[in-house]
Design a protein around this ligand. Structure first.
Ligand code: ADP
Ligand code: MG
Length: 684
């Protein structure tokens, strides 16, 4: 017996004692639930604190995990620590020994060849993940004489035996017998370092992870996680040739999910008292909206919309009616350049845990908005790489410069916003990714600047399909109009930002940043409230009132807008910590919604809501277009613009030359009229 054996023996006994003392309950559970439950979890933190040997055992886990796992397996088998329900001992290889709770984390970018064989714990997010596939565990081979040879296949590598294992048999060429071999589930993925460790202008570091058996399918495709496992290396194969370079990967022992989004913020009892007191404030919406992006001055109404969006209800399902209810409030900020749209949403994304900011012009991940399918270098299988929207699931997504995005991504937004999931079917893989993220998009109008008289649709870049607009609960048109009082206010605020910490701002955020975060986190943990009868009636009345304003032909407000009203009211209820959506929530919702409607859907000529204005066909304009055609017909099908102005003035005093020009241009664009030479129009 060598020293080493003695040492091993010692440790197996120590582990036996440890398992008996610390894992009794788990061992009994595995026995009862076998084979469904077949993983024993060893908590590093508990081992470390276990008696006087704990620290040595814990150190050994980090330094020599392969041996520790064997020791633990020996301890299990030699002492029959696990018995099945019908009192059968379980073979040691049939139990996965998984280690969790390792406190010392390594940075992904610090992983080097020296660490190979050691136990490591790294944090990151999954950038790709494959489907679960069977992997050979024990391969059975047959030689021409009919002898069987068994070979244990290690992670990823398939190596054939050098010859038949039967004594006296000299056959070298053996055939794999798939039916006799045993398999285990396997899954591979790519772990990417956390954004806070990524350096600007550098490609994020990542590492392959290899998962087996019952851990397959447990890896969250989105969100932060900790991966514990053994660092391994595998020889890179380049075009079928073995290369001198080795790739590192982690043979995963256990994963720990980071708590989801807002729930990771710690709230003490004192915080809770303060939060509940704050929630009683009758004007909590104003207070929160003034505190979320204090660096930006003005935009009181837009900020209210954005504040309500943060409190969007969770996706729910009406079970009896089998209907998915979207709680996410989606917002579009369309406006002139240089008015802080980008800055505002960037700051918001920083404040909200797990929120993602992307821009059509830069900073988009390689998987784009949706997902990408790639073939992995490890064992050539296809993997799904979630894009920005699935990564923002259960948080918020901010898409800047949306009109600059690829056409495919813009189309995909329809599904992301309404169904809140993306389906994929590619390379033989079918699946779906959740995108339950409240989404804000920002863009500049087509001509660079907005014209408040022209319909919104005419100013929205062609790439944005009109039906996409109806997905937004709130659309804000932000115009850079000159208003010297307001300009002076904004200017002193911006200059103040450059004036050091002692500068006294005119407006200060009523709630400090950390408290805002805690407040949001606390309220978002509450269950979704439901509509009470008063709120229901108020929203119904508002809906019918708006419908009434529409005259025959135009549709002032769509049914989608009714749902927007509900979502806004529900968010306000969550914001004030209410249990049911009440009248006061309905009132706020209506006010917020009307502000947005007034900008996008009011016909400038009549002052009435007209949902068709968003899509570019107001009833008023349709009437005018037909009047123009009538004039043209009376003039023999062709006349100058001057004649049209004159004739229109006779029929309709309210219409200006400029407006007629807009209508004529649009008719020409739509092909209703031709302009054979400047200033002359003709029926097409
Ligand atoms: P946009 O995306 O609308 O084109 P940006 O977000 O790039 O505009 O803003 C341009 C600059 O002007 C930013 O530095 C922004 O901070 C500043 N700015 C514009 N309006 C305001 C405002 N109301 N308050 C604070 N800063 C502002
Ligand atoms: Mg911008």
């Amino acid at each position: 017996m060598t020293d080493n054996d003695l040492h091993t023996g010692d440790r197996a006994d120590l582990w036996r004692d440890y398992l008996r003392q610390k894992c009794r309950k788990q061992l009994a559970e595995i026995g009862r639930e076998w084979p469904h439950n077949r993983s024993l979890y060893i908590d590093y933190k508990v081992v470390e604190r276990w008696g006087k040997e704990g620290i040595a055992l814990a150190d050994e886990i980090l330094e020599n995990p392969g041996k520790v796992i064997e020791d633990i397996r020996d301890a299990l088998e030699n002492n029959t620590l696990i018995k099945t329900a019908d009192n059968q001992p379980i073979k040691k290889d049939a139990i996965n020994i998984r280690i969790k709770g390792v406190t010392r984390k390594v940075l992904l970018r610090d992983l080097r060849a020296q660490g190979v064989g050691k136990f490591i714990s790294v944090e990151g997010t999954m950038s790709r993940i494959s489907f679960v596939l069977p992997r050979l565990k024990e391969a059975v081979f047959k030689c021409p004489a009919g002898h069987f040879t068994k070979k244990y296949i290690h992670h990823g590598k398939y190596v054939e035996p050098t010859g038949c294992s039967t004594d006296g048999c000299t056959f070298k060429k053996l055939d794999l017998i798939p039916k006799r071999s045993t398999y285990t589930d396997s899954q591979i993925g790519q772990l990417q370092e956390l954004p806070e460790y990524q350096k600007p202008g550098e490609i994020p570091h990542h590492i392959l992870i290899d998962v087996e058996d019952d851990l397959c399918g447990q890896i969250p495709a989105v969100g932060r996680l900790t991966v514990n496992g053994i660092l391994k290396s595998t020889q890179r194969i380049v075009r079928g040739e073995k290369s001198a370079t080795f790739d590192l990967y982690i043979e995963v022992s256990s994963i720990e999910r980071e708590q989801k989004s807002f729930s990771e913020i710690e709230i003490t009892e004192e915080d809770e008292t303060a939060i509940l007191a704050l929630a009683k404030d009758p004007d909590i919406l104003t207070k929160i909206s003034q505190s979320i992006v204090p660096a930006i001055s003005g935009y009181d109404d837009e900020k209210k919309g954005l504040a309500l969006q943060i409190f969007s209800a969770k996706q729910a399902v009406h079970v009896q009616m089998n209907k998915v209810l979207r709680g996410s409030i989606h917002i579009m900020l369309a406006g002139d350049p240089g008015i802080a749209k980008s800055t505002m949403i960037r700051l918001l994304a920083q404040m909200i845990p797990r929120a993602i900011y992307i821009s059509g012009t830069s900073g988009i991940t390689s998987a784009g908005l949706t997902y990408a399918m790639r073939q992995d270098g490890f064992d050539n299988r296809w993997v799904v790489e979630p894009g920005a929207a699935p990564q923002a699931d259960e948080s918020q997504l901010f898409v800047d410069e949306i009109a600059e995005m690829e056409a495919g991504d813009i189309m995909a937004l329809n599904g992301i916003l309404e169904e809140q999931k993306i389906n994929f079917a590619k390379a033989g893989m079918v699946g779906e990714l959740n995108t339950r993220c409240a989404t804000t998009v920002a863009m500049n109008p087509k001509g660079g600047r907005f014209d408040s008289c022209a319909p919104l649709a005419d100013q929205i870049p062609k790439k944005i399909p009109p039906q996409l607009l109806s997905r937004f609960d709130l659309i804000y048109l932000m115009q850079d109009t000159v208003n010297l009082t307001k300009d002076a206010k904004d200017a002193s605020h911006i200059l103040g930002l450059w004036s050091g910490n002692d500068y006294q701002f005119e407006v200060n955020p009523p709630i400090p940043a950390l408290m805002v975060k805690k407040f949001i986190a606390f309220m978002k943990r509450q269950p979704n409230p439901i509509l009470n009868p008063q709120a229901r009636k108020r929203l119904m009345d508002e809906f019918l009132e708006l419908r009434k304003q529409s005259e025959n032909g135009t549709v002032a407000i769509t049914k989608r807008a009714l749902e927007a009203l509900v979502r806004l009211a529900t968010a306000h209820c969550l914001m004030r910590g209410g249990k049911e959506v009440a009248l006061q929530d309905a009132e706020i919702s209506i006010k917020t919604h009307r502000y947005s409607m007034a900008q996008t859907s009011t016909d400038p000529a009549t002052g009435k809501f007209d949902a068709d204005k968003v899509s570019g066909h107001t009833k008023e304009k349709r009437n005018r277009a037909s009047t123009i055609l009538e004039i043209l017909r009376n003039q023999g099908g062709k006349c100058t613009r001057e004649v049209i102005y004159r004739e229109m003035a006779v029929k309709d005093m309210s219409v200006t030359k400029e407006k007629i020009d807009i209508i004529l241009d649009q008719m020409a664009q739509e092909g209703a009229i031709l302009e054979p030479k400047a200033g002359v129009v003709k029926i097409a």
